[in-house]
Design a protein around this ligand. Sequence first.
Ligand SMILES: [Zn+2]
Length: 326
Amino acid sequence: MAGYGRADRMDGTGAERKGMKQKYTFVAGMLFVLMAASMILTNFYVTGERSAAQADACESDFYILTSFYPMYIAAKNIVGDCDGVRLQNLSEPQTGCMHDYQLTTEDMRKLSFADAFIVNGGGIENFLADTAKQYPKLEVIDASAQVRLLDDNAHAWMSIADHCIQVRTITEQLAALDAVHADLYRKNSRQYIAKLEELQSSQQTIAARCKAANILIFHEAFAYIARDYGLTVAGGMDLDEERQIGAGEVAQLLEQIREQKAGVILAEELYGRKMCEAVQREADVQVIYLDTCVRGDYDADSYLHAMRGNLEQMKRIYESTEQKSK
Ligand SMILES: [Zn+2]
């Protein structure tokens, strides 16, 4: 019995050994598979990274970088689906104006590869002087080079007429830098300008119905709208970023409204609503919320959409006075 038991035990130990051996083989096999998989994955990752960097520097590609949203949308219309041209925006689609923008290391990397860097100019991109120093060979396209800017105010894309000039300037500069795609840029540009001019003529029709009036603006960008509609900017403030509104400021605005007989405020909803509501509680003033076209999605038609929306809003100026006089 004991022998049997022993043998049984011995047999059992043998089976255990065999099982252990199988386990070791299985674990080793699994380890091998895991190592092989991780090696393959690492290799994929490294080649993936390398090819992204190579794509940046790829000589057959013309790499266009834009500073911020309205420049990106303009360039997108000019470039179209041009093969061999890569278009990228430096800032995020929700960044807004670049007055206080800080370049990131990723931005620097992009700038070092760019064949052309399209900017609005006129001081909107506060980092340009440093960029020019750091990348003296960078081809900077100043979209506003041919635009007559308002004093200390370069938000020229807000004027459809000025934006047409910007689009033409970008087109000609791109064509000069990238002869291979020059014809395509010009063809796309003509199509886009045609749409912009159609919008501009609708704007002129609306502007003609707006009687010359004193208005307040809550964003510098709207000085261009005021000019294009023949309205006089009697005052206002720049509510470009979130800040506390003091009671003194509201009082000052109310005084401007009374003194200048300003009946309309042009404001951006994002930063202006609080102030507008404060003013409207005290004064009979019409508020028109407009899009500054500095944020949105990357759809090629988004500038057209935003400006068309602005035209619809501006109609309210004469619609309300016509209603009042009835
Ligand atoms: Zn701005």
